[in-house]
Write a protein that binds this ligand. Structure first.
Ligand code: NAP
Length: 296
């Protein structure tokens, strides 16, 4: 596919993710340059892209540079290497590694000092979904910079969205998502193990997932609004009652001889909220255990 506007792009890092990012940009018809520390990984691009022998050479030949290295430590080291500030000055750098808001802030201030336009990008997809509708990329930073490159970046994902103009916004939302997803995955494996230990067919659990996920969304939306409004009271279910329900999960896991660390750590969180004086409050009061704020 030929883009209506052909851009000069460089991709630094051809790991699992960088390889797919570079492939999609090259296939979209952009003038693509690739660089990787281990040169063997550039072989696949000999006919579709220019292969640079150094990172600064890759940046010199591009107007938009995408960094898809392991993490910020590796990226920052590379950015501080001789020749890089000069090669990137006046260009746009998109940092795509996973990292914390503090790391994003720090790399963004390097960019400001160096005269580099800067966007954060966080990928919510596996490499094999890059370039398909099953991928999202969350961007943050200056809206004008995003607007300038939006069309060039569009082929990378089904959803390419500027989530905020604070440079940290994409990293914050990405980690909020990852914390939620991995926590939910750990809890799901607990449930799966319990069902299997009690000979409940796995299909029975799978077939009920839709309403479970819908219920989580409903209660999470409610909690988000109520935490904003400091509104923890209600007539549905107290934290004390929730905790005793959870204690059954711990007991059943022990009875079945499976690991109980996941439900136990959740019971601990509920107990902390109760100790802070929220035993008679509802689920949103868990916020107080997480933020460690004592009872109002
Ligand atoms: N894979 C996913 O599903 C996924 C999804 C979302 C976000 N991400 C994020 O995308 C980033 C890349 O992930 P990945 O899966 O592509 O990782 P990966 O396959 O391990 O690739 C890491 C890349 O970083 C390079 N690198 C590592 N240390 C280096 C150093 N000291 N100097 C120069 N280059 C160095 C590697 O070069 P060499 O080839 O020379 O080792 C390689 O290009 C990570 O931040 C990850 O969290 C990944």
């Amino acid at each position: 596919m030929r883009p209506t506007h052909r851009s000069r792009v460089a991709v630094l890092g051809l790991g699992q993710m960088g390889t797919e990012i570079a492939r999609v940009l090259a296939e979209a018809g952009h003038d693509t340059t690739v660089w990787n520390r281990t040169s063997a990984r550039t072989e696949a691009f000999k006919s579709s892209a220019s292969v640079a022998s150094s990172a600064d050479e890759a940046c010199r030949g591009a107007d938009l540079v995408l960094s898809v290295l392991s993490n910020y430590t590796v990226t920052d080291e590379l950015l501080k290497a001789p020749g890089m500030d000069d090669a990137l000055s006046g260009k746009t750098l998109v940092q795509m590694s996973t990292g914390t808001p503090d790391e994003a802030r720090s790399t963004a201030s390097w960019a400001v000092r160096t005269g580099v336009a800067y966007l954060e990008a966080k990928i919510v997809a596996y490499p094999n979904s890059i370039g398909t509708d099953h991928s999202s990329i969350l961007y943050s930073g200056d809206p004008e910079t995003f607007g300038r490159w939006q069309h060039t970046l569009a082929p990378l994902a089904g959803v390419n969205v500027l989530v905020g103009k604070n440079v940290t916004d994409a990293a914050t939302l990405d980690l909020a998502w990852l914390g939620f997803w991995y926590g939910a995955s750990a809890a799901f494996h607990q449930s799966l193990a319990l069902c299997r230990a009690e000979q409940l067919p796995v299909e029975t659990l799978s077939s009920q997932l839709r309403w479970m996920v819908d219920f989580i969304e409903l209660t999470a939306r409610d909690s988000a609004t109520r935490v904003e409004n400091d509104d923890f009271s209600g007539t549905d279910c107290t934290l004390e009652v929730h905790r005793s329900a959870l204690e059954h999960v711990v007991r059943a896991s022990r009875d079945a001889g499976i690991d109980d660390r996941v439900p136990r750590s959740v019971v601990e969180l509920f107990s902390r909220a109760i100790a802070l004086g929220h035993g008679g409050d509802e689920l949103p009061a868990l916020d107080r255990a997480v933020t460690r704020t004592s009872s109002r």
